[in-house]
Design a protein. Structure first.
Length: 197
């Protein structure tokens, strides 16, 4: 019993010493080291530049004339393509982006064994490029000949299964089978229920 009492007294002394030392440390006079002024950044000051850069990158895609804007394997624009070229001409003076003509990819190579429409044609691409450059010059874009290039599109198109999925989602309720509320238990994530909802 004496041994337990001695341990208890020893622990009490150490606790008292630590308490006294901490109290003296808090009450000491003299210069204190200042804590850095922690000012929270205004809302959006960190994320807004990222979103703005994403938006600027997406603007360049507005200046791509895609393969589906042509009538088949010709150098004739369809109605959507003509409208797109007009929009490009209207915005070209205020933007630094090049005008891209997407490379053709649906031509049949007569030298190929399978004769499938999966090949590009450089002569068709050059003809399309020249047509777009000429049209833009006619609409007042003086540097169109330097700005119009043949290149791959900036964003890849859908693969067959991605296109099918996107198409089918357009017919379901609010774009997904759960009605747009997250579905499952919890009423789709309506907050404020303390985990109940």
């Amino acid at each position: 019993m004496d041994l337990n009492m001695t341990r208890f007294n020893s622990i009490q002394r150490w606790a008292a010493a630590l308490l006294t030392a901490s109290a003296v440390g808090c009450a000491s006079k003299g210069p204190k080291t200042p804590v850095a002024d922690i000012q929270p950044a205004p809302l959006g000051s960190i994320s807004d530049p990222i979103w703005q850069q994403q938006e600027e990158n997406a603007e360049a895609s507005d200046f791509v004339i895609y393969e589906h804007e042509w009538v088949g394997n010709s150098s004739r624009l369809n109605a959507a393509g003509m409208e797109h070229v007009k929009q490009i001409a209207a915005r070209a003076a205020a933007t630094p982006f090049p005008v891209l003509v997407e490379r053709s990819s649906m031509s049949v190579d007569s030298q190929s064994q399978h004769l499938l429409p999966v090949n590009g044609r450089e002569d068709l691409d050059a003809e399309r490029r020249n047509l777009i450059a000429h049209a833009l010059v006619q609409m007042g874009v003086s540097d169109a000949d330097q700005r119009v290039l043949v290149a791959p599109a900036l964003t890849p198109g859908f693969q067959d299964f991605e296109g099918e999925s996107a198409y089918n989602q357009g017919f379901s309720e609010n774009g997904n089978i759960n009605g747009g509320f997250g579905g499952g238990f919890g009423l789709g994530g309506f907050g404020g229920g303390g985990g109940f909802f």
